[in-house]
Structures are given as structure tokens and as C-alpha cells.
Design a protein around this ligand. Structure first.
Ligand SMILES: [Zn+2]
Ligand SMILES: [Zn+2]
Length: 288
């Protein structure tokens, strides 16, 4: 176990494998000195999921508790396009999404993050409305997890790449206390927000605050970006090796307003690269 300034100061985690059993993920995360983490609760490329056994659920919960980990995220399946105008697909998406909520609640997970979706076959306005309508038919006051819309890079016809689009979705959601935003640093940069410079970061946070309110900012995906500002390409890079660079990442890990918000690494090497990602962030903080 190594002590790190960055994991002490901020609630840093990473996407963690559930290979061999979902209950193994908290320890894997803890071994990186993470205080939080993200998982898929089922295969992210498949519609159907094997039911979680109660034994696995109990073990997962006690592993999390023992290590005092918090703000844990589940990333929903990539297949769920909540914006679809196709009624047959929509029924399938709703079914799978309600299963994602059920599994997150069983596991005692705080946040369920999903990609807002794509406007393929419809207009942007309708896509945003479809997402809100679907959230309204899924969200209940009783559910434990908060559902997070992930900021998108704006690749192809994906929606959710401007704070205004995300606000337009949330404005149409009825039970607002159960929705929030997961801010992906790679995506937001690729979508055209200059979070690399100190001034641009300040302006971006101000824009977020006026469109959505900082209380809706529940967590982060902490990624460098292979492509440049406004490239609209979703391609992650190891921390410090991309176009956002350590300067851009530093803006986030130095912001005291964000110290209690979970920040999960989703860099391309996965668990094979987190130690280096952490070391690069740590070195920056130690320069202070
Ligand atoms: Zn994502
Ligand atoms: Zn991405």
C-alpha cells in the first residue's frame, strides 16, 4: 500500500474489473490506494445479465464497507440508446436499464452513469425529449442510486456534448433529485470546452454552473484525450500523455470544490496503467 497526495486530497478511483467475481473489485481498487471505483455490473456489450447471487452481493457490500469506500459508480451498458425513436428498441432499452438500476441498488451503489445516446433517426430536440421521457418512466423516489448523464464528446450523432443539452434533458425530468452529471474530462475537452488553460477551466465551470448548477455535478471520468480541443472524437489517453495534458488534469485535482466528488480513471491501459497515472498526478501536486 502506497500513500499518495492525490488519493488523499481527492476522491480518486478508476474503472475496475469484476473478473472472478464482482466482490473482488473493492480490494482491487483499494490496492491502487483508490477510495472509490467504477465497475460494470454486467457484461457491457450484452443485453442479458446473469442474476447476482445474494452471497456475491453480501460479500461486495462488506468489502466496500470494510475499506470505507464511497461514491461508487456503475457504468451502464453501452448498448442502451435512451434517445432512440425506434419503439421496439426502446422497449428493450427500458427493460435493460431498469435491470441496471435494480442491480445497482442491490449492490448499494451510489451512481449509475450512462451515455445519453444518439439522435440517429430523429432530431436533436426529440432525442433529448426521448431521454427525459425514458428517465421519467424508470426513476422512482424509492430508488437508492442517482442516475448520471455522462457528458459526451459529440462524436457522430451523440447528444449531451453541451451543458445546455444536458440541462434540456434534466429540465424535463420529474424526480430531479435522482439525476446528475458525470463529467468526463476527455469528452468535455473534445466537445470544445477549453479546460486545459486555467482561465478556460474557470470559464467552463462557470458555464456548467449557470446551465446545470454545481450541485448536479456528482462525479468525473478522469481521462486525458488523444485528440485535440473540439475534435469531437472520444479517444482516451493516459494521464499526461494526451492533448489535455497534465495541465488540464491539474485544474480538476487542484479544485477544492471537487474534493468529495468521485473521479474515476478510464485510461486505455486500465488497471495496467493506473499506477503511472497516479504518479503523474501526484508529482504535480507535490510541486505545490
Ligand atoms: Zn462512459
Ligand atoms: Zn470516452
Amino acid at each position: 500500500m502506497f500513500e499518495m497526495a492525490v488519493t488523499k486530497k481527492m476522491l480518486i478511483g478508476g474503472h475496475i474489473s469484476t473478473a472472478g467475481g464482482i466482490y473482488l473489485s473493492p480490494e482491487r481498487a483499494f490496492n491502487f490506494s483508490f477510495r472509490t471505483f467504477q465497475i460494470f455490473s454486467k457484461n457491457q456489450m450484452q443485453w442479458k445479465a446473469k442474476p447476482l447471487s445474494l452471497e456475491d452481493v453480501d460479500k461486495f457490500r462488506s468489502e466496500v464497507q470494510e475499506r470505507k469506500m464511497k461514491g461508487i459508480m456503475v457504468h451502464a451498458s453501452y448498448l442502451l440508446n435512451m434517445a432512440t425513436p425506434d419503439q421496439e428498441l426502446k422497449a428493450k432499452v427500458l427493460d435493460a436499464f431498469s435491470e441496471e438500476i435494480r442491480r445497482a441498488d442491490l449492490l448499494g451503489i451510489d451512481y449509475l452513469t450512462f451515455h445519453p445516446g444518439s439522435s440517429t433517426g430523429t432530431t436533436e430536440k426529440n432525442a433529448l425529449k426521448n431521454i427525459a421521457d425514458n428517465l421519467n418512466s424508470l426513476i422512482t423516489k424509492e430508488q437508492g442510486c442517482t442516475i448520471l448523464l455522462e457528458t459526451s464528446a459529440g462524436q457522430g450523432k451523440t447528444v449531451g456534448h453541451t451543458f445546455e443539452q444536458l440541462a434540456e434533458i434534466i429540465d424535463q425530468v420529474q424526480i430531479k433529485e435522482k439525476v446528475g452529471i458525470c463529467f468526463d474530462t476527455c469528452h468535455v475537452f473534445a466537445a470544445g470546452y477549453d479546460i486545459k488553460s486555467r482561465a478556460g477551466y474557470g470559464e467552463t465551470m462557470d458555464k456548467f454552473s449557470s446551465a446545470l448548477g454545481l450541485d448536479k455535478l456528482k462525479g468525473f471520468h478522469l481521462n486525458d484525450s488523444k485528440k485535440g480541443l473540439n475534435s469531437r472524437v472520444d479517444r482516451h489517453e493516459q494521464i499526461g500523455d494526451g492533448m489535455l495534458g497534465i495541465d488540464g488534469i491539474s485544474n480538476f485535482i487542484r479544485d477544492p470544490r471537487l474534493s468529495e466528488k468521485p473521479m474515476n480513471l478510464e485510461t486505455p491501459l486500465g488497471e495496467g496503467g493506473y499506477e503511472k497515472d497516479l504518479a503523474v498526478m501526484n508529482a504535480t501536486l507535490n510541486e505545490d
